[in-house]
Write a new protein. Structure first.
Length: 153
C-alpha cells in the first residue's frame, strides 16, 4: 500500500528487505552476515550523491536482490546489494544503517551481537565502537541522502 501511495517511502535494514520483497526481489538468509563496519563501494549507476567508497555500519543477517527497475546504492565485500532507489527516487531502501549513533550501536551490541568469530564479517563490540568519528561521518552521509530524497519531493 505504501509503495502505491505515491508518497515518499524509506526503508532501512529490515524495512529495506520488505520493500525489496514487495517489489519482487528475493530476500534470503545471507551466506555471510554483516555486523560492523564495512567498506561500501558506490555502484556506477547509483543515484545517490555519496563518495565512491565509504565505511558503513551494517547489521543484517539477510540479503536481497535488486528489484527490477531499481537503481542500486552499492555493495560491500559480502553484500552485492546494500540499497536501492525506485520510482525516480521516491522510494529509498538502505540495507546499511547510516542512522545508527554510537549510543544506539552500543545498545545493539548489548542485545544482538553474536561472537565475533561467528563469521568473517561480524566485528566485536570494541571494533564497532572504537572510533566515534565514524558515526559522525556516516550521519553526514545520511543527511546527504535525506536532503536529496526529500528535496526531490
Amino acid at each position: 500500500r505504501a509503495l502505491k501511495s505515491n508518497k515518499p517511502v524509506l526503508g532501512i535494514g529490515f524495512g529495506a528487505g520488505l520493500i525489496a520483497e514487495a517489489l519482487g526481489a528475493i530476500v534470503s538468509p545471507a551466506v555471510q552476515p554483516e555486523i560492523g563496519w564495512q567498506p561500501l563501494t558506490l555502484a556506477d549507476e547509483s543515484p545517490f550523491d555519496l563518495p565512491e567508497t565509504f565505511d558503513a555500519l551494517l547489521w543484517h543477517r539477510d540479503i536481497f536482490g535488486l528489484p527490477d527497475g531499481c537503481l542500486p546504492l552499492g555493495s560491500t565485500p559480502a553484500g552485492p546489494v546494500q540499497g536501492f532507489a525506485w520510482d525516480l527516487g521516491r522510494v529509498v531502501a538502505l540495507q546499511c544503517h547510516l542512522e545508527l549513533t554510537a549510543r544506539c550501536s552500543a545498545a545493539l551490541c548489548d542485545h544482538d551481537l553474536p561472537a565475533a568469530n561467528a563469521a568473517p564479517y561480524v566485528q566485536t563490540r570494541d571494533d564497532i565502537l572504537d572510533d566515534p568519528r565514524r558515526f559522525d561521518r556516516q550521519a553526514a552521509l545520511l543527511d546527504r541522502i535525506m536532503t536529496q530524497w526529500l528535496g526531490e519531493r
